[in-house]
Design a binder for this molecule. Structure first.
Ligand SMILES: C[C@H](O)[C@H](O)[C@@H](O)C(=O)CO
Ligand SMILES: [Mn+2]
Length: 419
């Protein structure tokens, strides 16, 4: 192990030349909650007592051994991973991760089915986020909130209503706001003749969900768009235009847009959308993922787009107004390592962005010095941020560099291999 403190002192000197407050950047970075998605731990399986695989046009590929089979195992795995993820964390649950002795259908879920999750979160001092599960169900094959069949649509509206009540329960139990992400897979393999009616039905469904739960407190609702899903390539009811239109037309503080980095055309980037969204909205839910040619939900990388998103949020002064959640599911590698790599990368990109002299860059721009603007932006793409990152991880006891890897291998041999 190298002298982490010495490296940190050198980095501080480097950043001081540009007036960057390194300690301040670390403190901000540490305070921003990252919502850790539970579904990486079991390939989006969930714990409902029912048969049937993953549907909705998403896929977890790979069959790496050791996935969590019960909620207890999942909590243990998440706890293990969390040790190596510095900073404030929340846990993001799907409705399908309920705990009950018998099968509970989606239109019957209640807070009591999530009591053990809430007990655990309270014990750990973390907040809980939530997601209605509008997929992997026989009634989701021909649409959910946009279904033409009124009984089916009613079923899913009831699910949405019940999920907001679970969100209220999480808020009451943890004292921290619950961010609910509403994503529906509704779409068509071919081009429909009538592209409007399903959208009007979905709009009405969301209205009904929110109207029936006006009394709910401490819940923020993200509406997540998508460009396409597998098997629904030609038409998506909840497209970007639909979701953005819905959110903007509602003008309700708790209804915000969710931008998932995997949900756009391959040449479109979320980082380029942020400034425009914040011109009309005070807040946003971000799903950080890594699309490889499609919404493949690879583990978040410390790549250009992740870094650019964080830079943009810092430069806009909107980091604190953005709810940041991870969303990927890779079944081809150790699932705990997937969490650690993905969430560490998300946090690391955030720290790198916070360690930039934004005021100097803004001044160069305001002065019309576009040469200095480019020079500075490029210089800080590859700064000494990793020395600060190592120190931050050491301070938080989260493992420096690859320290965590041998521990994960140990957990794999002693725990995962027995499953
Ligand atoms: C499992 C999640 O609900 C899902 O990943 C959703 O957020 C999404 O992004 C679907 O593509
Ligand atoms: Mn998502």
């Amino acid at each position: 192990m190298y002298d982490v403190k010495k490296g940190f002192e050198v980095a501080k000197e480097i950043f001081a030349q540009y007036g960057v407050d390194v300690e301040g950047a670390m403190a901000i970075c540490d305070s921003i909650p990252l919502s850790m998605h539970c579904w990486q731990g079991d390939d989006v399986g969930g714990f409902e007592k029912k048969e049937g695989g993953l549907t909705g046009g998403i896929q977890a590929t790979g069959d790496y051994p050791g996935k969590a089979r019960t909620a207890e195992e999942l909590r243990a795995d998440m706890e293990f991973a969390m040790q190596y993820i510095p900073g404030v964390k929340k846990v993001n649950l799907h409705a399908s991760y309920l705990e009950a002795d018998t099968f509970v259908d989606r239109n019957e879920i209640e807070p009591k089915h999530f009591e053990k999750w809430a007990d655990w979160a309270v014990e750990k001092g973390i907040g809980l986020d939530f997601n209605p599960t509008y997929f992997s169900h026989p009634k989701s094959d021909n649409g959910t909130l946009s279904a033409a069949d009124e009984d089916v649509r009613r079923f899913w509206i009831e699910h949405g209503i019940r999920c907001r009540r679970v969100g209220d329960y999480f808020y009451q139990r943890t004292g921290k706001p619950c961010v609910i992400n509403h994503w529906t897979p509704d779409g068509d393999k071919e081009f429909p003749i009538d592209t409007l009616s399903p959208r009007l039905r979905m709009k009405d469904s969301y209205d009904q969900i929110f109207e029936a739960t006006e009394d709910v407190q401490g819940v923020v609702d993200g509406i997540e768009s998508k460009v396409f899903g597998i098997g629904a390539e030609s038409y998506t009811v909840g497209s970007h235009e639909f979701c953005m239109g819905y959110v903007m037309s509602k003008k309700r503080d708790h209804i915000i847009l969710t931008l998932d980095t995997g949900h756009f055309h391959p040449t479109e980037v979320v980082s380029a959308k942020l400034g425009a969204i914040f011109a009309f909205s005070d807040s946003l839910l971000l799903h950080v993922s890594r699309p490889v040619r499609w919404d493949s939900d690879h583990v978040v990388a410390i790549d250009d787009e992740t870094k650019t998103i964080m830079e943009e949020l810092v430069r806009l002064g909107k980091l604190q107004d953005t709810y940041i959640a991870t969303d990927f599911f890779d079944a081809s590698i150790n699932r705990i390592a997937a969490w650690i790599i993905g969430l560490r990368n998300t946090r690391k990109a955030m720290l790198a962005a916070l360690l930039q002299p934004v005021d100097l860059m803004k001044k160069a721009e305001a002065d019309g010095d576009v040469t200095a603007r480019l020079a500075m932006a490029q210089e800080f793409r590859a700064s000494a941020f990793s020395l600060v990152w190592d120190y931050y991880c050491a301070e938080k006891n989260a493992g420096v560099g690859l320290d965590w890897l041998k521990d994960v291998k140990g957990y794999e041999a002693s725990v995962l291999a027995t499953r």
